[in-house]
Design a protein around this ligand. Structure first.
Ligand SMILES: Cc1ncc(COP(=O)(O)O)c(C=O)c1O
Length: 365
C-alpha cells in the first residue's frame, strides 16, 4: 500500500525557469520560404566540420555496436600532446561539450546557499546550471560603453560563500576581450576558495596580443579552470565535444564526477582528428579575419553601430525594432540572434560567415 505523506520530494531550485534556452535551430525555421537559409545565429563555423573529423567518423562507424572507450585516456593523451605537454594528460577533463563541463563544474562546487559571480551580459548557461544547484547568482554588469570588466566591482562581491566566477574571454555576445592586466588584477586578487572558469571557447579567433591564457594562471597555481570547445573553430557543434583543464587537484576532483563511457566513440575520434586538422583551422581563421573587416565596413556604410569583436561574431545596434528586424532577416534567409536573449534589447549578434552569407545579411540590414 502507498502511504501519502506531506514530505516534498522536489528540490526547490530545480525549475524550468532555471533552464538554459539556446537560439532557434535550422529545423525550427523550416517554414521560411527563402531559397537558402544562412545560420548566422549561433557562432558556428560556416565552413562546416573539419574534413579530417568526418573521415575519422566514417572510419569508426563499424564499431558502433561496441561500448566506446570506458576511459578517455587516449583523447587526454592527444590533448596533452596538442598542448605541447605543458600539462599532464590527467589535467584534462573531457565531456559532451562546454555546457556539460559547465554543468559538471557547478555540480562540483555549488551547494544551496553558496554563490556564483557572473558579469553581464554574457553566455547564460553557467548561471542556469549554478542556479539548478541552488546557487545565489551575483551579477556584476560590464561597464558601458564598451563592456569593460569591473574588476573592483567583482572583488567587492566576494565573500566566504563565493565559489565560482565565470570569466569568458573573449565574451559572448559582446566579442570583447579582457586585457591581460585586467585579468591579472582580478585573478591574482581572488581568495583561494573562489574557482575561476576562464572560458576560452573563442580563443582561436583572438588577434590582440594583449591576451592572458587560462594556462598562465593554472601554471601560476591559481584555482582556474580553462574551457575549450570543438563547437566553434573546429566546426563540430553538433557532435557535442569539449574539454576543460586545471590544476592537478581540481582536475582530479572534477574527473571523479565524470561518468564512465561519458563521451562516445565517434566524438572522441572526431576530436582527435580535428586537433590535427591544421588546414581546416587555418581556412576558418583566414575566413573570419578576412570577412570581419568587410562586415564592419558594411555596417559603417549603413550607419549601424557595432562593437569590435575578438571573436567570430559581431554585436551591433539593430537598425529597426527587433520584433520587425529578426523576422525580416529570416524572410531574407538569414538567422541572427536577438540581443534580448542576453539582456541587451535593441541589439543583435551575427556570426561572421562566408561572403555569400554575409552579403545576404547586409542586404537585409
Ligand atoms: C562563451 C561560451 N562558452 C561555452 C559555450 C558552450 O559551447 P558548447 O556547449 O557547444 O561546447 C558557448 C556556446 O555558445 C559559449 O558562447
Amino acid at each position: 500500500m502507498i502511504t501519502k505523506t506531506a514530505i516534498n520530494i522536489f528540490k526547490p531550485h530545480v525549475s524550468p525557469t532555471n533552464q538554459y534556452v539556446g537560439g532557434i535551430t535550422r529545423d525550427e525555421s523550416k517554414n521560411v520560404q527563402a531559397a537558402k537559409l544562412y545560420k548566422l545565429s549561433s557562432n558556428e563555423n560556416l565552413l562546416g566540420p573539419s574534413p579530417k573529423a568526418l573521415e575519422a567518423i566514417q572510419a569508426n562507424l563499424h564499431l558502433l555496436h561496441e561500448y566506446s572507450f570506458q576511459s578517455d585516456q587516449l583523447f587526454r593523451k592527444a590533448l596533452a600532446e596538442h598542448h605541447g605537454h605543458q600539462m599532464d594528460a590527467r589535467q584534462f577533463i573531457t565531456a559532451n561539450a562546454g555546457m556539460e563541463l559547465l554543468e559538471l563544474i557547478a555540480r562540483g562546487f555549488i551547494e544551496p546557499g553558496l554563490e556564483t559571480i557572473v558579469f553581464t551580459p554574457t553566455f547564460k548557461a553557467l548561471e542556469n546550471f549554478a542556479k539548478l544547484q541552488g546557487s545565489k547568482i551575483v551579477k556584476v554588469p560590464l561597464l558601458e560603453p564598451d563592456f569593460k570588466l569591473d574588476v573592483q566591482g567583482i572583488l567587492d562581491t566576494v565573500n566566504d560563500k563565493t565559489r565560482l566566477l565565470f570569466l569568458p574571454n573573449p565574451n559572448n555576445p559582446t566579442g570583447s576581450l579582457i586585457p591581460k592586466k585586467t585579468a591579472d588584477d582580478l585573478i591574482y586578487n581572488l581568495p583561494d576558495h573562489v574557482v575561476t572558469i576562464y572560458d576560452e571557447v573563442y580563443f582561436p579567433y583572438v588577434q590582440s596580443p594583449d591576451y592572458a591564457r587560462a594556462l598562465d594562471y593554472i601554471r601560476a597555481g591559481r584555482r582556474v579552470i580553462g574551457l575549450h570547445s570543438f563547437s566553434k573553430a573546429y566546426g563540430l557543434a553538433g557532435i557535442r565535444l569539449a574539454y576543460a583543464f586545471s590544476t592537478p587537484e581540481i582536475s582530479e576532483y572534477l574527473s571523479a564526477l565524470r561518468r564512465p563511457f561519458m563521451i562516445n566513440t565517434l566524438s572522441m575520434v572526431a576530436g582527435m582528428a580535428a586537433l590535427k586538422d591544421d588546414a581546416h583551422l587555418k581556412a576558418t581563421l583566414d575566413l573570419v579575419n578576412h570577412e570581419k573587416p568587410w562586415l564592419y565596413a558594411q555596417l559603417e556604410k549603413r550607419g549601424i553601430h557595432y562593437w569590435p569583436s575578438e571573436s567570430n561574431f559581431i554585436l551591433f545596434k539593430s537598425p529597426f525594432d527587433n520584433e520587425f528586424f529578426i523576422p525580416q532577416m529570416l524572410k531574407g534567409g538569414v538567422m541572427i540572434r536577438p540581443g534580448e536573449d542576453f539582456g541587451l534589447p535593441g541589439t543583435c549578434r551575427v556570426t561572421v560567415g562566408t561572403r555569400e552569407a554575409n552579403e545576404a545579411f547586409v542586404s537585409n540590414c
